[in-house]
Design a protein around this ligand. Structure first.
Ligand SMILES: [Mg+2]
Length: 366
């Protein structure tokens, strides 16, 4: 099997409902879709969709620019030889993990389709037919946050992520107290600050809430700031935006800076990169989630496949943007949340059947 053409598409994902974080809110994200065409008649799909231009260093423009360099390097390669694919795209451009992740996901999709196997089976097999997810409680008043947390638990959610930051910490402390008051036994709470607190603020919040059970996710802007705060915290510390590569992640584990991670597939280079993080976290008994910052069915399916292979005790859940998106690329098989869990796709590869022409005309072809 050889790659004969690589097509890129632009696809806007109109948002349903509000999604607010400390430093930004999500608009209508601009997703980039990759279709890898082969001489076998099989095609594979990849996707990268930053949650707007200010959440992470990459945006739709930088991803599409990197594809200009990556796309031509793929022609003639067997997509099932994912190691050879990775070396070819690493020679084509330095960095650009999000663009490379799209290629990686599409090659895993093709490999699964070629062998008649689901990606989760190729990765060691799923732990169950469904994976747990976590749901976000956005920035709001303490009363609103508690009401939302109550409703989500009634819908079956067992993992909640309360957003914080971007305002005086007394308001965050009020929301944390209100939400923990309604948290039921066996439900996990993560307070995700999305880089919105200073070192001083996260220390103050953690000490003010020392009697409450939750973890704090990415409180400060940089790894160094999080590491400075860590010895003074009363709660486990999770890294998300600062967990940018395997070296940083392994250092964060061995130094004790991080007690767990919120991982984004495209930030770490796709399914292959996330497989390495999964194995490192399994070996060190470190919890991680399996997410991307945003995206439609392609990203969601990729997250569910790799997330399903993690020991459930160590899985912080698989987050997908489905609750905030109207519609699916695949109306029947697109991943969706029911009672706090997501079904693992049943068909080979990613398990998606996307209709011809769904994304319109390509914006680029190589
Ligand atoms: Mg996060």
């Amino acid at each position: 099997m050889k790659i004969t053409e690589v097509r890129a598409y632009a696809h806007t994902l109109p948002r349903v409902g509000d999604y607010t974080m400390s430093t930004s809110s999500v608009g209508d994200p601009d997703s980039t879709i990759l279709e890898i065409v082969t001489d076998s008649g099989l095609t594979g799909w990849g996707e990268a969709c930053p949650a707007g231009p200010s959440y992470q260093p990459a945006n739709a423009f930088t991803i599409r620019a990197a594809l200009e360099l990556i796309g031509p390097s793929l022609i003639g390669i067997d997509p099932r030889q994912i190691g050879l694919v990775r070396r070819s795209i690493d020679r084509a451009v330095n960095g650009s993990p999000e663009a490379k992740a799209m290629v990686d996901i599409a090659c895993w999709d093709l490999t699964g389709k070629a062998y008649g196997a689901r990606i989760c089976d190729l990765l060691g097999g799923p732990q169950a037919d469904t994976v747990p997810t976590y749901h976000v409680v956005g920035i709001g008043t303490a009363h609103e946050a508690a009401a939302s947390a109550h409703d989500l638990q009634s819908q079956g959610h067992t993992k909640l992520q309360l957003k914080a930051g971007g305002r005086h910490i007394d308001e965050d402390i009020d929301s944390i107290r209100a939400v923990t008051n309604v948290i039921r036994p066996h439900v996990d709470l993560f307070v995700d600050v999305n880089r919105g607190w200073t070192v001083e603020e996260v220390i103050q919040v953690s000490n003010a809430c020392a009697d409450l059970r939750f973890s704090i996710e990415q409180p400060c802007n940089t790894y160094v700031e999080c590491a400075r705060a860590k010895p003074h915290l009363r709660h486990p510390l999770l890294l998300d935006e600062s967990a940018v590569d395997l070296m940083t992640i392994s250092a964060a584990i061995s130094s004790g800076v991080a007690n767990g991670f919120g991982m984004k597939l495209t930030r770490i280079g796709g399914i292959s990169g996330m497989r390495a993080v999964r194995d490192l976290c399994e070996a060190t008994h470190t919890p991680t989630s399996f997410d991307d910052s945003w995206g439609g069915d392609i990203i969601a399916a990729a997250c569910v496949h790799i997330g399903s292979t993690m020991t459930e005790k160590l899985s912080r859940g698989v987050w997908i943007a489905d609750p905030y998106i109207d519609g699916h690329y695949d109306a029947d098989n697109g991943p969706r949340i029911e009672h706090g869990r997501i079904a693992v796709p049943r068909e080979p590869g990613l398990g998606l059947s996307i209709p011809d022409g769904f994304f319109g005309a390509p914006i680029a072809s190589y």
